[in-house]
Design a protein around this ligand. Structure first.
Ligand SMILES: N[C@@H](CCC(=O)N[C@@H](CS)C(=O)NCC(=O)O)C(=O)O
Length: 213
């Protein structure tokens, strides 16, 4: 049995779904925001209180990066997600960490710590955090010059950048229905245009159309 506990719109959850698709693996999707009982189930399975969480037979794996690593180890004969060479791994890890640097700032400041926005320290903290996100996103944009970001095939680095860009590019359309997104928009982050152009090149991939249907 294979089950993915997820949030429909979360870039972390979409990564896991893109990874499963790349591996050609089916999973029952349990949306934990729509169904409270799924959230309760997921929280019994792991102390990590974020989605996604993958259950694969006897294994429970929380965290999207861990899930992607696990899938390569558990299904080595299926298309790979992580490069096998040290050079490839270093390049892919740099990209995934840079994406996480951007997402962490937006999720933390726009949701987890947003209640502190009237504190006198907020403007300075926000400025510093947003500068980190900006620098990381510009480093990513400088690398988005080839269809596949590392090597000559789709892989982890591509999943990270695509899910990050699609999430951010989707903010305007979701602002009216998601209070969290409305808050994140107030931070004023701008995704560099080369990243949007890069993601658009992959809009018609079968895994992308399936996960973003
Ligand atoms: N490092 C985690 C981050 C996941 C994450 O932050 N997920 C958010 C959804 S965007 C979440 O579950 N938030 C709920 C919470 O923190 O209670 C991963 O890559 O899976």
């Amino acid at each position: 049995v294979r089950v993915l506990y997820h949030f429909e719109h979360s870039p972390f959850s979409r990564r896991a779904r893109l990874a499963l698709h790349h591996k050609g693996l089916d999973a029952e999707l349990r949306e934990t925001r729509a169904n409270e009982s799924y959230l309760v189930e997921a929280r019994k399975l792991t102390p990590i209180r974020t989605m996604p969480v993958l259950v694969d037979g006897d294994h429970v794996i929380a965290d999207s990066a861990a899930i992607v690593q696990y899938l390569d180890l558990a299904y080595p004969d299926r298309p790979r997600l992580w490069p096998t060479s040290a050079d490839g791994a270093a390049a892919a890890l740099a990209i995934t960490i840079e994406c996480d640097a951007v997402l962490e700032v937006l999720v933390d400041m726009g949701t987890r710590y947003f209640a502190l926005r009237n504190d006198s320290a907020w403007p300075a903290v926000l400025r510093e955090r947003m500068e980190r996100a900006r620098i990381a996103s510009e480093a990513l944009a400088a690398k988005a010059t080839r269809p596949f970001l590392v090597g000559d095939a789709w892989g982890a680095a591509d999943l990270w950048v695509l899910s990050m860009v699609r999430w951010i590019a989707g903010f305007p359309a979701r602002a009216a229905t998601s209070p969290n997104i409305a808050q994140i928009i107030t931070l004023g982050f701008q995704i560099p245009e080369p990243l949007v152009a890069w993601a658009n090149r992959h809009a018609n991939r079968p895994d992308v159309t399936s996960v973003y249907a």
